[in-house]
Design a protein around this ligand. Structure first.
Ligand SMILES: Cc1ncc(C[n+]2csc(CCOP(=O)(O)OP(=O)(O)O)c2C)c(N)n1
Ligand code: SF4
Ligand SMILES: [Mg+2]
Length: 348
């Protein structure tokens, strides 16, 4: 009897380092079905896969909140640290300084960043530490049942009918003003734009701050809120279409005169911005602040708002050695006894 021929299962598609997209998955999400944070985790998986990120070289950092739980739902094979509420920037700074070879990706919430964590956030933004800092911004404290956060728009309404009387903190304007070198805003439901921005953030050398408007379907997705899925779909105003060409792909950019601007990243890749109805230059810091300030409250401006790929990082400023501190032998980390004695002598 002859054996029935079987069709061989096709090998999974792999990326530049030979990994399949499955290698970038995380645990099963315990967030509410339809939560915008889940869509962001999906885009992080796609971006890490497409950019050939080595999972074991990546560190996921977060604070506390539904958003801060999401690192458990992507790239299982990487390192992770779930910090105290609003204190992720301190941990990120320690990790980056101890081992500069690691790629840091932080996920925070609008409460974690703009309410309890604002003090840590502002200092992170002024240091240009190499970290991707994502705010999953739903305008509420989702985990503690939907109180307003500091990014809730004035006049926004809770399910209970409570109206927000306080003006919001614009985390993008704040980050630009403080010196962050890559600042973008996107929407969890805009797959194409968010993926392109995340890929450019991975290529960026320095702090990449991305505020992603993400609807909380349980506590902030009704009439009267400005962060619902429907509201964002109707009021999303892209400053430009964002594309990203990694350095390992052929640079084949469509240069329609006057419509496309390409920003060369430090690693040779290109961030491609196709201008829509605004003549927007993402490298002009003052203009970025002006455009944000002039945007009507009814619109949410999305895209890469500001980028400076040339600025020195925190490591450059500190003149840190190329090797990671965590791997240096003790003899190289401690000043010799004689140097210590000289210092003591000076202090006598
Ligand atoms: C020091 C401290 N204060 C307060 C809390 C309670 N708490 C937990 S999560 C949270 C807010 C989370 O909101 P956000 O960062 O916007 O995340 P979301 O759940 O909306 O994704 C608060 C106030 C806490 N865990 N620790
Ligand atoms: S409560 Fe809101 S933020 Fe938290 S998981 Fe549910 S939908 Fe997401
Ligand atoms: Mg929130």
């Amino acid at each position: 009897m002859s054996a029935t021929p079987t069709t061989p299962t096709p090998a999974p598609k792999t990326n530049i380092i030979g990994l399949a997209v499955l290698d970038y998955r995380g645990g099963k999400s315990t967030l509410c079905a339809g939560c915008g944070h889940n869509a962001i985790s999906e885009r992080i998986i796609d971006a890490c896969y497409e950019m050939g990120v080595v999972p074991e070289n990546m560190v996921k950092l977060s604070g506390i909140g539904c958003s801060s739980k999401s690192p458990a739902y992507f790239v299982n094979r990487s390192h992770g640290f779930n910090a105290v509420h609003g204190r992720m920037p301190s941990i990120a700074s320690g990790v980056a300084l101890a081992n500069r070879r690691l790629m840091l990706l932080g996920v925070s919430g609008d409460g974690d960043t703009a309410s309890i964590g604002i003090g840590q956030f502002v200092h992170l933004m002024r240091r240009n530490l190499p970290v991707i800092y994502i705010i999953e911004d739903n305008g509420v404290y989702g985990l503690t049942k939907g109180q307003f956060s500091a990014t809730a728009d004035i006049g926004a309404k809770l399910k209970t009918g409570v109206i927000n009387d306080l003006p919001p903190i614009d985390t993008c304007a704040l980050a630009i003003q403080l010196g962050a070198t890559f600042v973008a805003r996107s929407f969890s439901g805009d797959k194409k734009q968010l993926l392109a921005i995340l890929k450019a953030a991975i290529a960026h050398r320095g702090t990449a701050m991305i505020d992603v408007i993400s609807a909380c379907v349980t506590f902030n997705d009704h009439e009267g809120t400005t962060k619902s899925y429907k509201y964002l779909k109707d009021h999303d105003e892209p400053v430009h279409e964002v594309g990203f060409v990694p350095r390992f792909e052929n640079i084949d950019v469509d240069y329609d005169a006057g419509t496309t601007a390409s920003v060369r990243m430090h690693d040779g890749s290109y961030l491609r911005l196709r201008k829509l109805d605004r003549d927007y230059d993402a490298t002009d810091r003052v203009n970025a602040l002006k455009v944000l300030a002039e945007t009507p409250e009814t619109e949410t401006l999305t895209g890469v708002l500001y980028i400076n790929p040339q600025a020195p990082t925190f490591m450059d400023v500190l003149n840190l050695v190329d090797e990671s501190l965590a791997q240096l032998p003790e003899a190289m980390l401690r000043p010799p006894r004689q140097v210590l004695e000289e210092v003591m002598e000076e202090l006598r």
